[in-house]
Write a protein that binds this ligand. Structure first.
Ligand SMILES: Nc1ncnc2c1ncn2[C@@H]1O[C@H](COP(=O)(O)OP(=O)(O)O)[C@@H](O)[C@H]1O
Ligand SMILES: [Mg+2]
Length: 387
């Protein structure tokens, strides 16, 4: 069992006069066995959150609750959680075997035989049986991270806490370990909180993702929900690659206007925007923009100049400028478009996102008005209890 609740967690590294708020009133409930990814840009408070959960940092206020019991005052070793760090944090003078056994020797009553067996099982699981007598200096980065994961596994914790564990690996190994870690988490079925700044890891690895910015929770949901129904412009821009395109637009006579294009809105969408200041931010994902023949046979068609063509093999990105903002368009790899081509494109209303210009709050997601009783915190928690 490992049901983990982070309740109203705040961490202020500053003083009463000069606050340095790293984590701001954070509420996250993680189900038993769930794989939760905590994602956000550098400095947004991810590591601080994880360290408060682990007990390496004392919160300014709030609680860490494991299976219904507050553990906020407990020492790290008494929380039954195992942490894996970006830099592996292995003891350099110990062999892989000793590194994996050390924690068990120090904190349990297990016999040497029992510890040996646990280390053997974990090393088989991690595929490092042949490396047990080597010291960290003799191992590659990938092998060291396997030892560090093995060390966490032998502890048989209720919660795994992982802080950017793949960041020091090269791109190919990172992709491979991403899949392996997912399989491992599924097999072991241990509640896992995994920190990353990488939106690809967030989108591909976890059951749900929690997106942080400036120490505050922006959204928590499945990767699909956060992608399709971002709660605000920050999430919309952070999740998805290439990034969502954003434009400043003005609402007039039921149309979104810029100097370069106009998009007539259906009744439900313009009703949603009515009664507000007429200035909004419009968002459209690169893969939802129609081009060439598809665009011509559609509504809201206009012509753009292609500045740069970037073929990636499976897909091609076009870079262009519309209404003073950069626009990226994702097209089929066979679409035969060259730099400086003038091509027709269209923005389908059913893929539009519209955000409040002041607060960034999402008002329309994929052409559908966001319901006005939508309060981020409460909807996040009801999603959690459904999961
Ligand atoms: N020990 C500390 N003392 C003062 N400020 C800190 C300390 N640790 C982290 N911070 C600040 O808290 C914020 C969040 O840091 P951190 O949790 O490490 O972010 P992340 O892991 O998301 O990159 C940053 O502004 C960082 O400078
Ligand atoms: Mg960090």
């Amino acid at each position: 069992m490992g049901e983990l609740k982070i309740e109203n967690l705040t961490k202020d590294f500053g003083t009463d006069e000069n606050h340095i708020i790293a984590v701001d009133n954070l509420d996250i409930h993680i189900e038993d066995g769930e794989f939760l990814i905590l994602v956000g840009p550098s400095g947004c408070g991810k590591s601080t959150t994880l360290r408060c959960v682990a007990g390496l940092e004392q919160p300014t206020s709030g609680d860490i609750v494991l299976n219904g019991n507050p553990v906020t005052q407990r020492k790290p070793k008494d929380r039954n959680m195992a942490m894996v760090f970006q830099n592996y944090a292995l003891y350099p003078h110990m062999t892989a075997r000793e590194n994996m056994a050390f924690g068990l020797r120090m904190t349990t009553e297990l016999s040497s035989e029992e510890i040996d067996e646990l280390v053997r099982d974990a090393s088989t699981l991690m595929g490092i049986d042949g490396l047990l007598e080597k010291k960290p200096g003799e191992l590659s980065g990938g092998q060291q991270q396997r030892v560090a994961l093995g060390r966490a596994i032998v502890r048989d914790p209720e919660v795994f806490l992982m802080d950017e564990p793949l960041s020091n690996l090269d791109a190919k190994l990172r992709t491979q370990m991403r899949t392996e870690l997912q399989d491992l988490q599924q097999d072991l079925d241990v509640t896992t909180m995994y920190v990353t700044h990488d939106q690809t890891e967030a989108m591909t690895m976890g059951d749900r993702i929690a997106i942080l910015d400036g120490g505050e929770l922006q959204q928590i949901g499945t990767p699909e929900e956060c992608y399709q129904e971002p709660s605000n412009q920050f999430v919309a821009g952070f999740i998805g690659s290439p990034n969502m395109n954003f434009f400043d637009v003005t609402l007039s006579d039921g149309k979104l206007l810029t100097d370069d294009f106009e998009i007539p809105l259906s009744g439900s969408v313009s009703d949603q925007l009515a009664g507000r200041e007429p200035e909004f931010v419009m968002g459209i994902r690169p893969e939802e923009i129609l081009s060439k023949e598809e665009a011509v046979s559609s509504d809201n068609t206009f012509t753009i100049n292609v500045n740069v063509v970037e073929p990636l093999g499976d897909v091609t990105y076009l870079y262009t400028e519309v209404n003073g903002s950069e626009m990226t368009i994702s097209v089929d790899r066979n679409s035969d478009i060259d730099p400086n081509d003038q091509i027709p494109i269209a923005i389908p209303e059913k893929e539009l996102h519209i955000f409040d210009k002041e607060t960034g709050e999402a008002l329309v997601n994929r052409g559908v008005p966001v319901s006005s009783d939508h309060v981020m915190g409460s909807s996040a928690q009801s999603d959690a209890s459904k999961a």
